[in-house]
Design a protein around this ligand. Structure first.
Ligand SMILES: [Zn+2]
Length: 394
């Protein structure tokens, strides 16, 4: 029962008590009876109040923090009409926090990015502590299978006389020279900060997304604030993703480093400022937001084509491109799910808890970031092994 209803009942009861009082006082001969009756009445009242309190306590908990349907939601939370049930709305912060261990329609949205965050935190720690075996686990695939395939292709190019002088020089390096070059990578002076900028940006995005999904059910102002932090997180992840590839690929030509990194940073700042407008956080602007993020991501095609042309003869080119293509595939497919809200639009109510578009989008974002991480390991390894002097990559 709500406090409003309780108050209304109490008001209704008051006149009855005065009525009782008037009737009793009018017959002076039954003073004792009156006293007993009114005494009984007081104890009855006390019992009733206790019962009511008990009822209130019993009723309040489950009703206040129970899950609700789409139609019961406050207007600000009506975002996806194809998810029909298991909503939390206007929950206090502690209840919202502990709902991370409860099933509702945001549970998997929180966990998918929380696990992604822990994964990237682990990768960052491993790299910072320089545990190459674990850090290179993903890079292992990058340096084994695709490269050997690329080397075969390169051989064909050589036989056809198409290869550039640089690559012939590279191929002519003896295994001993390769080892010396690899051993010297610690001293090669390659900056790691762009790599950590990407890891930091990814962690910020994944963590802010989890927080947003967990607490945005608290209140309208917090919902708006967290949504904007979430969008800023996505933008940060996109911008910071550009830093390592542009930095390492164009390391020997700082002009292009500056142009591309400057360009993407300006786009990012514009995107964050645009998305600070509360209007753009609503469901109506879902496609606009997705297109804004996708266009930022697609901006990457320009430096990617540029890098592919100038590194045409580089044996790492295809390995890097395979990973970056995988990343683009994951991100674009994820954006597709985000916009179309498939599969829940086909069967509203069927995917409320598990399997709805936002969860698929989250998983694809983590996979895209992992593919990008693998591509960066290839680039880092290449830059560490061959500095600008050995390989005129740009
Ligand atoms: Zn999300």
């Amino acid at each position: 029962m709500s406090p409003m209803e309780g108050g209304a009942l109490a008001k209704k009861r008051k006149p009855t008590t005065t009525m009782d009082h008037q009737t009793s006082s009018s017959s002076a001969s039954v003073d004792n009876n009156y006293f007993n009756v009114s005494h009984n009445h007081v104890t009855d009242n006390k019992k009733n109040k206790k019962k009511k309190k008990k009822k209130k306590r019993n009723k309040a908990k489950p009703k206040r923090y129970s899950l609700m349907s789409y139609w019961e939601l406050p207007e600000y939370m009506k975002d996806n009409e194809f998810i029909l049930n298991y909503y939390r709305a206007n929950w206090p912060l502690p209840q919202a926090l502990f709902s991370v261990f409860r099933w509702h329609n945001e549970t998997l949205n929180v966990w998918t990015h929380l696990i992604g965050f822990v994964l990237f935190l682990g990768l960052t720690m491993v790299n910072l502590l320089r545990v190459p075996q674990v850090a290179d686990l993903l890079g292992f695939f990058a340096r084994s299978t695709p490269i050997s395939a690329v080397t075969n292709v390169s051989r064909n190019f050589i036989s056809q006389g198409i290869m550039t002088t640089n690559l012939i020089e590279l191929k002519q390096m003896t295994s001993q020279e390769m080892e010396i070059a690899a051993a010297g990578h610690e001293m090669s002076g390659v900056a790691y900060w762009p790599f950590y900028v990407f890891l930091g940006g990814s962690m910020f995005c994944l963590f802010s997304s989890s927080i947003c999904h967990l607490f945005s059910c608290h209140s309208h102002p917090l919902n708006l604030l967290l949504l904007r932090i979430d969008y800023a997180g996505i933008t940060m992840m996109i911008i910071t993703s550009f830093f390592p590839p542009i930095y390492y690929i164009f390391q020997c030509d700082p002009r292009w480093q500056f142009i591309y990194l400057g360009g993407i940073t300006i786009m990012g700042v514009f995107t964050i400022i645009t998305l600070l407008s509360p209007k753009l956080s609503s469901g109506k602007f879902r496609t606009f937001r997705a297109l804004l993020f996708a266009s930022m991501g697609l901006f990457g095609i320009v430096p990617a084509v540029h890098a592919s042309i100038v590194n045409w003869g580089n044996p790492r080119r295809n390995a890097t491109l395979v990973y970056e293509a995988a990343m683009a595939f994951f991100y674009l497919t994820g954006t597709g799910f985000y916009i179309t809200r498939i599969p829940e639009r086909w069967r509203p109510g069927w995917f409320d808890i598990a399997g709805h578009s936002h969860q698929i989008f989250h998983v694809l974002v983590v996979l895209g970031a992992l593919a990008h991480y693998a591509a960066i390991l290839v680039m880092l390894d290449w830059r560490n092994t061959f500095g600008c002097d050995n390989n005129n990559a740009t």
